[in-house]
Design a binder for this molecule. Structure first.
Ligand code: FES
Length: 160
C-alpha cells in the first residue's frame, strides 16, 4: 500500500513532538493509530527512523497490543466479547451471525470501510453478557436475532 507523502511528513512531526518524552514510542503509536486508524509497516519504518527504535521492536509492539492495527479499521469497530460470562450465554452465535450479515471474519473490515469485527476477551461488562460494543457503546444481552437491528442502526446513520 502506498502511503501518501503528507502522511509520512505528519508522522515525522508527531515523532518530533514526542521524542523527548520518557517513553515516546507508545504515545507516538497511539497518536498515529487514532489519527489514521492503523499503523502500517511503512509508517513503522518512518517511526523507527525518527526515534531510533528498531523497526522489528515497533512491529512487535503493534502486533502485541490489540489497540493497534496493521490494516485500516472500519468506521464502526464492533467488539464481540468471547470472555467466559459472554461465551456461556451464546456470544459465539452472536459473532457468527454478525460475520454472516457483514460477510467478513473476525479481524476483517467490510469493503465499504464501514465495519470491522473483532472478537475480544472480557470487556468488563459481564453483568450485561453477552455484550457487544460498537465504537465503545455497549449493547447489553445481545441475542443473535438482534444483530440485524444493531447493524441497521449504524447503516441508517450512514444513509446506507
Ligand atoms: S466476559 Fe464478556 S464482558 Fe466479561
Amino acid at each position: 500500500m502506498k502511503i501518501r507523502l503528507e502522511v509520512i511528513k505528519d508522522v515525522r512531526e508527531i515523532c518530533q513532538q514526542h521524542k523527548d518524552e520518557p517513553s515516546p514510542l507508545i504515545v507516538i503509536l497511539e497518536e498515529v493509530q487514532k489519527k489514521y486508524g492503523y499503523v502500517p509497516v511503512e509508517l513503522q519504518e518512518v517511526i523507527s527512523e525518527e526515534t531510533g527504535v528498531p523497526a522489528a521492536e515497533i512491529y512487535g509492539v503493534v502486533t502485541f497490543y490489540s489497540f493497534f492495527s496493521l490494516t485500516p479499521k472500519g468506521k464502526y469497530v464492533i467488539h464481540v466479547c468471547l470472555g467466559t460470562a459472554c461465551y456461556v450465554k451464546n456470544a459465539q452465535a452472536v459473532l457468527d451471525k454478525l460475520c454472516t450479515i457483514l460477510g467478513i471474519k473476525p479481524g476483517e473490515t467490510t469493503e465499504d470501510g464501514l465495519f470491522t469485527i473483532e472478537a475480544v476477551r472480557c470487556m468488563g461488562a459481564c453483568a450485561l453478557a453477552p455484550a457487544v460494543s460498537v465504537n465503545g457503546k455497549v449493547f447489553p444481552r445481545v441475542q443473535a436475532t438482534q444483530v440485524d437491528k444493531i447493524i441497521k442502526e449504524f447503516r441508517d446513520q450512514e444513509g446506507k
